[in-house]
Structures are given as structure tokens and as C-alpha cells.
Design a protein around this ligand. Sequence first.
Ligand SMILES: C[S@@+](CC[C@H](N)C(=O)[O-])C[C@H]1O[C@@H](n2cnc3c(N)ncnc32)[C@H](O)[C@@H]1O
Length: 282
Amino acid sequence: MSPPSPTSATRAHYDNPSTDTFYHTIWGGSQISIGIYEPPTLSLAAASHHAVERLAARAQPITPSTRVLDMGSGYGGAARHLARTYGCHVTCLNLSPVQNERNRRMNALDRLDKLVEVVEGSFEDCSVLKEGGYDVVWSQDAFLHSADRHKILDGIDRVLVKRGGKVVFTDLMEREGADPQALEEVVKRIPVDHYATPEFYRGGMVERGFQDEGFEELTGHLERHYEKTVEDLEAYEEGLVREGRGVEIDGAYSEKTKKGLRAGAKAAGSGSMVWGIFCFSR
Ligand SMILES: C[S@@+](CC[C@H](N)C(=O)[O-])C[C@H]1O[C@@H](n2cnc3c(N)ncnc32)[C@H](O)[C@@H]1O
């Protein structure tokens, strides 16, 4: 039997009941990407929300007529924030049916389902989306799962308006020239074929005619986020977290997750991993 494709391995990872409980109970529930710890005492959920606000500041102007595409949207936390704050329309493109279902339910509960649309699909194939149909393309910590990021950049080029569009995203990356051994344990936690580098994105976007509005490196927050996630997972295991437990997190899953997160914190601390905010315009 041939091994699963990177896309189906990613879908299986996020649809796994332990993964779903881990993300919606521990990682913050609505936003499941890396947070910005300013101040350092912020919870995972508050820091993750702060990161959304930082990206939104880079994506301005956002008005009620702005059409946003969130690539790899998870449970749709960023989409709801943007729709609630600016009254804009957001399309969530995401691979995982389990996450998409939760996203739709949260949108309906928050009465934002008229502004937030959820489309099941892969950001490696944007042909289902309208050419030039978006003013802002947004993504947080999702492109790491791609085995062919040229397809993502081509897709962004296709769906963004030809003039006046903005692209803002974050990704977990490796530093150019990093020792591959430093990342060995990190990639065992989640399906990652290989990490990109900041140079890949900046070069690839400029080649496609985008203006580079600057990369804000924030790797220190990646280290803090991974450490904090391990602390919170341990508190969950000790029974200190009661809310939203639903399906319990499997013990083997938990061990693998803690090992990968500790390795990630170490790789971020030693500079082998990089995280930060990209912004491009045209
Ligand atoms: C770490 S989560 C981040 C989710 C969301 N951006 C957030 O900040 O909460 C990564 C997300 O990427 C999505 N994803 C991974 N590969 C994808 C693909 N090829 N197409 C669309 N979504 C994908 C996963 O389903 C998951 O929701």
C-alpha cells in the first residue's frame, strides 16, 4: 500500500478526536495558531487573539466591503474576529471537515454566519475560488503542512485582486542553513514534509510581482507558546482543566505532542526555527 499523500495525512491528523480535543480544549479553542505574549503572562487563548490583532493591523484598510480569504482557517477564530470588528466578508478555506463543522457552529452561535463562509478544500488548489475575488489573503500557521508551496503562492496570485490587495500570513519555518537534526523531533508531532524559510516566501512573492512590506520576526513568542502549551497539557492531564473535555486526549497522543512541543521550543530557542508575520501588497 502506498503511503498517504501529505494532504490526506494532514486531514487525518486534524480530524483525529484527540487532536480536536487538544486544540479546542487546550490550545485556545477558537484560534489555534502561535500567540504573541505581550505581556508574557497571557494565556494561550489571549496570546493567540493578540496575534490576530497584530495581523489585522498589517492588513489595513479592512472595511465592510473588504473580502478576506483565510487559507487553512481551523475553527475560524480569525474570521469571526475580522467579521465582528470590521463587518467584512471572510471565506474560510480549510481541509478538515471536523474543524469546518465546528467553525460553522461557532459562526451560527455568534450570528456571524452571513459574513463568514466555510469552504472545504485545499489551499494547494484554489481553482474553486473566484479569480481576483479577494482584497486580503490571510493565513496563520497552516502553510507548514504543504509539500508544494509554489502552488500556494500561485493560488494567492490568482485569487487576490490585481491592484490594491494585501497578503498577510504567519508560518512555522526553519532558519536557512539550520541543522536538520534540530527539527527531527519537531516534525514527528504533526505532518510536515519540510519547512519553508522566510527567504522562500519573500523571494517567491517578489518573483510573482508582489511588493514586500517587511517580515516581522517574532520567534521568541514561538518558544513561549510551545512551553506554555506543554504546561497547559500537563494541567489537563492532572485533571485541572475541566471545561470542554469531550473526547479525552489519548495518552500516547499526549506524550508525542509534549515531546514535539518541547523539541519545538528548543529549536526556536536555539534559532533553528523561525516564526513571524509576512506582509505583501500589490
Ligand atoms: C495550526 S492550524 C491553524 C488554523 C488557523 N489558521 C488558526 O490560526 O487557528 C493549521 C490549519 O491548516 C489547515 N490545513 C492544512 N493543510 C491544508 C491544506 N492543504 N488546505 C487547507 N487547509 C489546510 C488545517 O486543517 C488546520 O486548520
